[in-house]
Design a binder for this molecule. Structure first.
Ligand code: SF4
Length: 307
């Protein structure tokens, strides 16, 4: 987090948000009229507006909150996993994060509902209480998913209530440009996924073109916020020398680029699908060792790390 500009960055991140945010966009969270707490969870997921005391607020849908993590950014952090993602990566190891709605997951231990509603004040309160642990350990909060851009209004309202602390946005880059710009104005570090540079392959393996992601990458690079490129290593899909070379070429010399992280394939990816009532059909050989040749990135002058 050496790229942080200290308290100035903290102050920028925590200044009051601008007014006029649009109403909820129907992605599993709703803008409610009422006190800044949730009185009836089902109302949020049912998509109805509740009238009560207080002003407008945006409710969020969170499928996990992991405390004391050391892999989701610098220092010791809490990572908030937000529900909803526009991509359907063939290798996704958080399938319960794809749907914007709560869902049941079953295991031998029983059945649980994944996806809890939080008000901005609730989540910020929880994170603020943990700041006594983050700050002495150079950590902070990471907003991940799913895709946090899909709940940009909620994330912004949480950030507006946070004490000064380093904030990391972990994004696939597949989201609304305006939402991305608003979040870039509030965060201190970005983890930005690049999966496949070939558009047809990207469409095939994730269900979406990569055009928006590559376009948003330029916005991140031009924002002044430092960023790390994250490449998931999927055997025979993303770990090819051709894909590495294309990514290296795309990111070479980009302002703000800290380094490239290569993320080893998670062989436990399939386990959650069954629990979530989803099907896992990897279109690649999971048993094949991944290519971890970092040479092409080093040769292009970028720092690269096997995360
Ligand atoms: S971007 Fe991440 S959360 Fe979304 S489908 Fe791909 S791997 Fe899963």
């Amino acid at each position: 987090m050496a790229q942080l500009n200290g308290l100035a960055a903290f102050a920028a991140a925590t200044r009051p948000r601008t007014e006029g945010d649009p109403l909820a966009r129907g992605m599993g969270y709703k803008r409610l009229r009422g006190p800044d707490r949730l009185s009836r969870w089902p109302a949020v997921f049912g998509g109805r507006l509740r009238e009560a005391r207080g002003g407008l607020m945006t409710m969020g849908c969170v499928f996990d909150i992991r405390e004391f993590t050391v892999h989701d950014g610098p220092g010791i952090r809490t990572t908030v996993f937000l529900k909803g993602c526009p991509l359907r990566c063939n290798w996704c190891h958080n399938p319960e994060g794809q749907s914007s709605q709560p869902q049941q997951m079953s295991s031998p231990a029983g059945t649980r509902l994944v996806g809890a509603a939080y008000s901005p004040q609730q989540l910020a309160g929880l994170l603020n209480r943990q700041s006594v642990i983050f700050l002495p350990n150079e950590g902070g909060v990471t907003f991940s998913g799913g895709e946090p851009l899909m709940q940009a209004d909620f994330v912004l309202e949480v950030i507006a209530r946070l004490k000064p602390m380093p904030i990391l946005l972990d994004t696939s880059g597949c989201g609304d440009e305006r939402d991305l710009r608003r979040l870039l104005d509030r965060v201190h570090l970005v983890y930005y996924d690049l999966k496949l540079m070939d558009e047809a392959s990207h469409l095939h393996y994730t269900g979406r073109s990569n055009r928006l992601i590559l376009s948003n990458l330029k916005i991140v690079s031009g924002s002044g916020v430092p960023f790390v490129i994250r490449v998931p290593l999927v055997p025979g899909v993303t770990d090819t020398e051709a894909n590495f070379a294309a990514i290296a070429q795309a990111v070479q010399g980009l302002p703000g680029l800290v380094r490239v992280d290569l993320l080893p394939y998670n062989r436990a990816a399939g386990a959650k699908y069954h629990a979530a009532g989803m099907e896992f059909h990897p279109e690649y050989d999971e048993t094949r060792p991944v290519n971890v040749n970092t040479g092409v990135f080093r040769e292009s002058g970028e720092e690269v790390r096997l995360a």
